[in-house]
Design a protein around this ligand. Sequence first.
Ligand code: GCV
Length: 685
Amino acid sequence: MAEVKPYNMCWLEYTDLSKYKNKYIKVFENVVVLGGNELNLPLKELKNFLTFSLNIKPKIFKNTLVKGRNYVLIGRLIEIKKIFKESERFEKLLNDEGFIIKRIDIDGNKVLIITAKSYNGIVYGIFNLIERLKRGEDIENIDIVSNPSLRFRMLNHWDNLDGSIERGYAGKSIFFRENKILINERTKDYARLLSSIGVNGVVINNVNVKKKEVELITPSYLKKIGELSKIFSAYGIKIYLSINFASPIYLGGLNTADPLDKRVAVWWKAKVDEIYEYVPDFGGFLVKADSEFNPGPHMYGRTHADGANMLGEALESYGGFVIWRAFVYNCLQDWRDTNTDRAKAAYENFKPLDGKFSENVIVQIKYGPMDFQVREPVNPLFGGLEHTNQILELQITQEYTGQQIHLCYLGTLWKEVLDFDTYAKGEGSKVKEILKGNVFDLKNNGMAGVSNVGDDINWTGHDLAQANLYTFGALSWNPDERIEEVVKRWIELTFGDNEKVIKNISYMLLSSHKAYEKYTTPLGLGWMVNPGHHYGPNPEGYEYSKWGTYHRANYEAIGVDRSSRGTGYTLQYHSPWREIYDNIETCPEELLLFFHRVPYNYKLKSGKTLIQTYYDLHFEGVEEAEEIRKKWIELKGEIEDKIYERVLNRLDIQIEHAKEWRDVINTYFFRRTGIPDEKGRKIYP
Ligand code: GCV
């Protein structure tokens, strides 16, 4: 029996799959593992799965081939090549972290090979095989070559040492509690979960590095971080830390953090040496600098490149990386100032530095130019930066997308972002191709997701929000995968192969982002949330604040003119997007209010006015949310009771809050304009 844990193991849960036992027993009776003890951990993963889910107990052989019988052969390519000549051709098929799973004939026996160039590749291969077995896939003639398309596949935790999580909606931190680092069974299980979806880096602490967290890079914490890193390394994952750029002042007693001051560079070099003593497998630093009150090189009249490169130099000899965030803007704006446009800030700050960053520096860019709204155009730095390594930053945690109370599956949105064609080098310069290194000669790219995980029993608060975490991993491994396929796989792994369950949950997930968008702030409007915690409607919540996020509604029109006649934001895009976005007639309607200031009586392509469209979308959004809830109710009895009830409870709240969104927003528009709903539905005066 598998041990019963106080939390569920998401897609890795050992469910009873004895129905597949006969199908697989012949394949897995004998397992040969090459390479001494090096592969003990992935082997254990396989053995545990076979035992606990399939009730198959394989015989394990180390370095001895089994004669006259079928067997599984696990080993790094270098080992496999020694005994099986034909595998030399595998060399060309694999990148550093890829794997092969293939059934072949050796001396008349059927052998299932799992091989890779690296240890990481073997771990990924084993987890991939487990996924296939869990779904009952036919592996008789399996022939898989799988390589991750992106080099960096990272999770960013915004966890604080006291155990709180900035924008966390699933309980407390699994890494920290009361200013201490937590290491327990769950730590390892988290590493297993992430590894099984191909993640290879985790930043454990919040990018806002406050006073206490500055100390994370001192020996009092580094020892434990070393232990943590060992656990994660065994699953192919490097640990990274967010640092405070002013650490030389806080910790080093210097009176400056000027990146061009020699004393500062020397301090960082010594600090990095010390970190690697404790954490030999350390990945590097994530830095939020000159952003939302965090210190940075601008304080000394230096550039982001000066700051990042100085840190890069300290990390270089260890193979470490600096990940430098592009989320830089003026957060002390005056709403009366209509010239400054926050959307332009990232590009304005980083485009002039293109080509000035060192090899081991990567600029991490939020998907849109503002801040993880339900819809934004793709950040023009994608396609804008041609000589700078880049990581696409996504928010798995649902800060602006319903805080894991609302079901809002984000895979559909992320897919659109990855598929966006920047036209940087003509047609085909899609974001995903840039990240793969196919557009510019840049290989150190990737994806980072702000984690939605906490210590809740289901890790993510909303059980179905596990799908967002799973999808993040799947897309960062292969951004070309069809989203419907990812969704189906996640459902099967989590809930089994019941057709109706697959059908209904697929519907729920795939329609949820659109529904959320409709009842909140569609057509690219964004914001309108309550200040601070960012949950629930508040049409003017940010209207007169300093954060630069205004819609400037009056009685005639709403939205900001970001065209060439307005703030000029559209000019940051390559053609044809700059022309398409620039023109109100050709601008995609889902982004209309992002790019244009639009009169309420402006007619959209449907022939309906803007105001009527806004009313309609809000009514539709609530109806769609109700439909989503209905699909869940149809699954009563098919889903474990506890999970069913937990999800239903959140769906109930979602409907209530969706109605509140609808009514508050509709009333706001009605009060602004005095224009009633053509269909006479209830809009509160
Ligand atoms: C970690 C938004 C969030 C902040 C977050 C910031 C960032 O402003 O509201 O909580 O800070 O983004 O990404 O740095």
